[in-house]
Design a protein around this ligand. Sequence first.
Ligand SMILES: [Zn+2]
Length: 142
Amino acid sequence: MSSDFAATKAVKARKLHVCDECFRAISPGETYHRTAGSWEGDFFTNIACAHCHVFRKHINKADPDYFESYYGGAGEWVANGYWSALDLPGMTWTQRLGLYRMSQHFRDRWRDRVGHLRPIPNHPTSLEAVPTGAASVIQGGK
Ligand SMILES: [Zn+2]
């Protein structure tokens, strides 16, 4: 779902919520991200856990088509294995590996083998979506 407008704010959970991306339980005390917006005139809301909030930014940076399903589309993106898509022209192997790992963690609802919640992924180095050849040049310069 893309949107005509959307505003996201960080909220501290006071009761149990469910993430609309990975469907994990968000426990009271955790920070989650609530988006309210409009898509073709229809009001919508979306709740994302802290992990998925960052994961979506990584996907959006890598995949020029992802903005169409930014809210609620992470599961489909992972299920389709798009981290391996060859039409992500600006992707470095490091980015691709990072997206692959995050996709695995997303599938596990961000929990490790013993059930502990994993650390929140780091934000992308730039929040700008520059998934073109220029991005690899910029990345390569670091
Ligand atoms: Zn989530």
